[in-house]
Design a protein around this ligand. Structure first.
Ligand code: ATP
Ligand code: MG
Length: 447
């Protein structure tokens, strides 16, 4: 297989390497994604040039990770990460190599990489894809497989277990069985990975187009119990009644629904977590279970869980508010006052996302996303929130008030303000006839 056509900018970038006797390879995600026909212009490069050599080759070089052999070259408006071929030694903390050693061959460098599909390389400008670890057949068979002995590779760096689940989710691939068995065996080592990195991988799973696959990989391997025990506790929690799935699978279906509509990280997190309050609130009723106040328990648990995973406060606040308010029960007989109170309770900036969460929840429950009630609530919220009417939009004018025998003055604004309040509550009152009647009544009550 060939990586072609090679973009002109990559050919230009390789020239200074070549003319100084060095090799330049594109490696990692961009080559993998090219083979899958996916766009990825985030190139990682490997070279036999030492970081100081690279510094000499280009005028603008940032020493981003120079200790590990990585520099960033600013080239024709792009930022290219270039890493000197290296091996890694000793990983006493199950996460970072104790030392790295620069080596002269690509072969050595590719061995330290995590998965076969991430160890494809292209020697720029030759488009031939170099595959020393069977990455191309694994790509074809949709498999995530460790390079070398999986147990050893996960012992070196426990983050790779999360990465395996993440790539499985992003690419829709299976984790090859020996690789998967090693994750099951070594899952407890996830404690050596920083919560920030766990959060990052989890978010990438959630933001992928097939998040169920990644969460299921976490669940089946036992990692879910360690990083999201609140969600793991939803497995096998039966609901009956309207629900055909247990709480865990319902949550995955809601997340899938949010992903299929390309909704934000916050809505997807809320879809995944909206029912985590159910297990502690479950009670048996005749032929079903009840979960009273699970949204209150769930919002509290969501806050703690997202805090633990070091999500930013803006995400924590938004997601817990969504979870807290997901149980509203709109019916068309809600007055405008009730709609306003709903907006107030949720917060103006959250209502759209709360309606999305409701649709995701419903889609998960019934496979049906048509909900005239939610549509109606949405348009009523829009009408209420739209830059609403002002006194100038009233069907009754100052001239009309004069014609009713009133003298212009502060009382005019008082009446108009009162009329406006009536019209905001009931727009159909905005006719000359009805407003003049209301104005008459207002004046006589005022005296
Ligand atoms: P993407 O950028 O789409 O997330 P990627 O495969 O490019 O995917 P990066 O994190 O950018 O992933 O890493 C670039 C390459 O470096 C990987 O393809 C892999 O070869 C190697 N790599 C990254 N992290 C690790 C790790 N923890 N252990 C071993 N190799 C790794
Ligand atoms: Mg990359």
């Amino acid at each position: 297989m060939n990586f072609s056509p090679i973009p002109a900018i990559l050919k230009d970038f390789s020239k200074p390497f070549k003319s100084n006797g060095f090799e330049l390879y594109a490696v990692g995600g961009a080559v993998r994604d090219f083979c899958l026909g996916k766009k990825n212009s985030d190139f990682d490069f490997a070279t036999d040039a030492a970081p100081n050599d690279v510094k000499r080759l280009f005028p603008k070089v940032i020493p981003t990770g120079i200790k590990h052999g990585t520099v960033t070259v600013l080239f024709k408006g792009e930022m290219f990460e270039v890493t000197t071929f290296r091996t890694e030694n000793g990983y006493v903390d199950c996460r970072h190599p104790d030392s790295v050693e620069f080596v002269s061959s690509l072969e050595e460098d590719l061995k330290r990489r995590d998965f076969t599909i991430n160890a494809l390389a292209v020697k720029i400008p030759d488009p031939k894809i170099i595959d020393l670890h069977g990455g191309l057949p694994d790509l074809k068979n949709h498999l995530i497989r460790c390079i070398g002995v999986p147990h050893d590779r996960f012992m070196e760096d426990a983050l790779r277990m999360m990465r395996a689940c993440r790539f499985s989710s992003q690419l829709g691939f299976e984790i090859e069985s020996a690789t998967f068995d090693a994750i099951c065996e070594l899952k407890d080592n996830i404690k050596f990975v920083s919560l920030e990195r766990i959060q990052e991988e989890l978010s990438r799973i959630i933001m992928s187009s097939n998040p169920r696959k990644g969460i299921e990989a976490l669940s089946r391997s036992g990692l879910l119990d360690l990083i999201l025990p609140e969600l793991a506790a939803c497995r096998l929690v039966q609901q009956l009644g309207y629900h055909h799935e247990d709480v865990y699978y319902h949550s995955l279906s809601a997340l899938d629904a949010a992903a299929s509509r390309d909704w934000s990280l916050e809505v997807r997190l809320a879809a995944l977590l909206h029912d985590i309050g159910k297990p502690p609130c479950q009670e048996k009723a005749e032929n079903r279970y009840t979960f009273y106040n699970h949204e209150i328990a769930g919002a509290k648990m969501t806050k703690e869980l997202l805090r633990r995973l070091k999500y930013p406060n803006s995400v924590i606040d938004k997601v817990s508010t969504l979870v807290r308010n997901h149980m509203f029960n709109y019916t068309p007989d809600w007055t405008d006052g009730a709609v306003r109170r709903f907006i107030l309770r949720c917060g103006k900036d959250n209502v759209d996302d709360i309606l999305r969460l409701r649709l995701a929840d419903q889609l998960a429950m019934s496979g049906n996303c048509i909900n005239p009630n939610v549509d109606q609530l949405e348009s009523r919220i829009k009408a209420i929130e739209s830059p609403s009417l002002t006194v100038n939009d009233l069907a009754l004018t100052g001239d009309d008030l004069k014609a009713m025998g009133l003298k212009p003055g502060p009382v005019f604004s008082e009446i108009k303000e009162f009329l406006l309040q009536q019209v905001l509550d009931r727009p159909e009152l905005n006719t000359k006839e009805q407003l003049s009647q209301i104005a008459q009544k207002y004046i006589s009550n005022r005296h």
